[in-house]
Design a protein around this ligand. Sequence first.
Ligand code: PLP
Length: 828
Amino acid sequence: PYQAEISQGRLEMLLTFQQMIMDLTGMDISNASLLDEPTAAAEAMMMAKRANKKNKSNRFLVDSNTHPQTITILQTRAKPIGIELVVEDIQNSDFSDCFAVLMQSPGTNGEVRDLTTDIAKAKEAGVLTIVACDILALTLIKTPAEMGADIAIGNSQRFGVPMGFGGPHAAFLATRDEFKRMVPGRIIGVSQDVHGNPAMRMSLQTREQHIRRDKATSNICTAQVLLAVLAAAYGIYHGANGLRRIANKVHAKASSLAKSLTQAGFELASEQFFDTITLNTTDAQALFSKAQAQNINLRLLGDNQLTIAVDETTTTQDLSELLAVFSVDSLTESESSLTSAMLRDSDYLTHPVFSRYHSETEMMRYLKRLENKDIALNHSMIALGSCTMKLNAATQMYPISLPGFSSMHPYAPVDQTKGYQQLFKDLEHALAEVTGYDAVSLQPNAGSQGEFSGLLAIHSYHESRGDFDRNICLIPSSAHGTNPASAVMAGMKVVIVKCDESGNIDINDLKAKAEKHADKLSAIMVTYPSTHGVFEVEIKQVCDIIHNHGGQVYLDGANLNAMVGITRMGEFGADVSHINLHKTFAIPHGGGGPGMGPIGVKAHLAEFLPGNPLERDSNAVSAAMYGSASILPISWSYIKLLGKYGMQRSTEIAIVSANYMANELKAFFPILYQGDQGFVAHECIIDIRPLKEQSGISEEDIAKRLMDYGFHSPTMSFPVAGTLMIEPTESESKREMDRFITAMASIHSEIQKVIEGEWDKDNNPLKNAPHTAIEMAGEWNYPYSREEALYPVESLKQSKYFPPVKRIDNVYGDRNLFCSCISVEDFA
Ligand SMILES: Cc1ncc(COP(=O)(O)O)c(C=O)c1O
């Protein structure tokens, strides 16, 4: 949602997600999604390190009753930045030497614990406390905030999102007000438009990688927005009573199961649980195998424990079959054994949005109303440079809803996931072939995670050769913000390399810096085609210079759309790259996720690719081996449907389309960068600065005015301030591109009217854009006509979009931070 005025629908849903998480955790502020629970835990660890400046310890404590994947990812993230991870039973801890602690309730064995005393003890010792929690359990039990926690993290998957063999699901991080400026990831906030009406937009962006780069709170760019929208919709549809009912049902099943098994002589590891029970039994392995033979997957926890989880879809029949494994004849119903001290008595989801839409008809209309507020690809082209907003074909999307893909548990045994395994093999093979690499990991669940993972592989490679001091990462000034942010996460020191006037790397500066840091050079991160939208002609030389000085080349291949079938990164001499499947390979962006950022590597790095998240020291970067596995069928289908020829043709059309746009638009706006032969790659940057100089009309005015023309603006001021970056992709027809060009030509002529004095320089349709429907109905006080404002080109008479709010005041929003649902009257 880069242009907030035309994204109010999804922003409203994300605000509801935040409200829901705040209500359920009891915290003051929540972000609008992170990638998965373990990475949310890692982000919380980093946040706690920054927040707890007074505490000089470098140790981070994790309770041993935490999910193993969380511990592994914490380990991967802690090591490069010198944090020592200590896993122990925190009930015996005195918290004497650590800066923060993470505890999980319900624990990985299902035990629900009141953490109040432990948290108080930690606080006493000057230690920040993070609680990993379960949002469905929180409808019944005490919240992390009520127990005194500083940060709450978790996953919203169980609110209506399929497990999908590991993802995508929206994780969250919520915290106290005092830490709000340190939160990682997007936060949606309420500001106001120029008429003083409430309007939403992304707040506190100065924390984020695209602005703060190596000093950002996190490298998160793509998160899990669409999944947060799904979870919020689930919360809205069921409301507090519905969710409580679901939770009670789930808990009742677990309670009855526990009772039936204990009556038969089995011993529970804990009497306090929500939906998961753990049995202490020396027959664990035998029972596990017996269950599997009955098509029931249980979890072995060490040698002598067996864990069983139920949910709202577990039927009485399922329970009977399960009990039969334990030779128990029938289910004995039981009351909850949760102690009253553990139960929640505070209200939640009291905002009217959670009680208005409980019928399918009401819900459908609410969703439609929200959809109508936004400009999406189903309305007009979104030429967001560097985002590749291409067609997400229905045929490619279809497989993700097949239960074989969507209902698979992340840790299902390999022999039950043969279809998935085949798909992964095919996809790895295809991506290796497309990129020219020897091995591919499908684990990183966003480009940012691919970067981190690739840099870790480079680091491990250096270490394997006895090179322990290589920690310098050269990064051109034009790099995407995630590059420097990821380098810092990987424990590297960022050294910036200059770019020349054409946007290429300044080779002399590169040589000088590579030489200066030769002893410590770890890597360079280069984007190709460059963020300036051109093919860097000296790329081979860049690779040679780095290799000659002992470094490795990370080629940021997020934007592969200009390369597939034409050229291969592995052949330039690069060692590792990530590829954003949510760009080139047709996964929809979802308004900020889901995405997938697999990495390809040359053979010498293959052994350092991320491993199994359930195994410590595996360098895993995501909760599941194949990240957000359930969206991989989209890219698989894209590749299978288009084939080699089709993909090459797509690339060619994407490049031709970008050059067509550049060629047509250059009559009105100068093209900032073109290669030696006067061409761009798959996107072009138009320079608004000369016109701004003459007219006072800025790139932002043009972006907002485009809304009146029914278009989403191209990428604004990236990578160069005062510019717009246009990427049409291969999916747009000439007709649609011409509509956009006509709009830009018309805007250009409007700017001329300002320059020539025909229009006032401050009170004109560009400065006042966008114009809303409500303005039409009211008194018209502008010195130009309604027609000029709203129907500047003829074609708008056939189809007109009205932004729901006027231009939004970002500064007001950051000064008056408000990140929860606003009163209904204000929305009216
Ligand atoms: C060049 C480049 N690198 C890295 C990224 C980060 O990818 P993600 O948003 O999936 O984390 C992007 C995303 O826009 C990008 O354009």
